[in-house]
Design a protein around this ligand. Structure first.
Ligand code: HEM
Length: 178
């Protein structure tokens, strides 16, 4: 493990550019307002909330596996040989199923500044994808600084959880009380 934090400059820089680009596009693009109802779901919000919940669940599984891989969780013996592959696969699936959700958010709904919950939701969404880029690039770099992956992975998990909390959870709470 390298102790040179400078190797993080490119991943963090490109992560920041990604978050800013998503924010800029969401602000200037005219939202279409279109609904997409998938078979098996009765509204756009219901499939989006289901996929967002599955994403958050998989990210929590991935974080747990990451802690096991870095020796921060579980027994002292080395992690099983399949743990790294499962960690990567779970992360890839989580990212893949989040794409239609975020695509609809940005393309059909856009950045809406008239409600503080929705502003918080969007900002955490931008930050989550910026952190995703930073984490993947850091993981691919030679000798990432110690703890950088654990810190970036945890921040990414937190940002996604906050984006889910301020949207899907609100949707489920409204469904439960209506
Ligand atoms: C990337 C930037 C994002 C923007 C600009 C954005 C924007 C929005 C907006 C404006 C709404 C409507 C909120 C309301 O009226 O209550 C919304 C809803 C929602 N968002 Fe996002 N969002 C983003 C990221 C995300 C992410 C990362 C997730 C997944 C965790 C997500 C999942 C949802 C869900 C499940 C809903 C509720 C269903 C709906 O109203 O269509 N969004 N989003």
């Amino acid at each position: 493990m390298s102790r040179r934090p400078a190797v993080l400059a490119v991943p963090l820089g490109l992560g920041a550019v990604t978050a800013l680009a998503l924010g800029l596009y969401s602000s200037i693009h005219e939202p279409t307002g279109r609904d997409f109802v998938l078979t098996g779901f009765d509204s756009t919000a219901s499939w989006k909330s289901a996929l967002a919940s599955a994403t958050v669940f998989l990210v929590l599984v991935q974080m747990t596996l990451g802690l096991r891989l870095t020796g921060r969780l579980g027994p002292r013996r080395p992690p099983p040989p399949w743990a790294a592959d499962v960690h990567r696969l779970v992360g890839t699936v989580a990212f893949g199923i989040s794409i239609p959700v975020v695509f609809h958010c940005i393309w059909a709904l856009g950045y809406q500044s008239d409600n503080s919950r929705v502003v918080v939701h969007s900002l955490f969404g931008f930050v989550a994808y910026g952190l995703y880029v930073a984490k993947i690039l850091t993981a691919r770099s030679d000798e990432p600084p110690e703890r950088s992956l654990a810190v970036l992975g945890s921040l990414l998990g937190f940002a996604l959880l906050a984006a889910w909390w301020s949207s899907a959870l609100v949707f489920y709470a409204g469904t439960a009380t209506s």
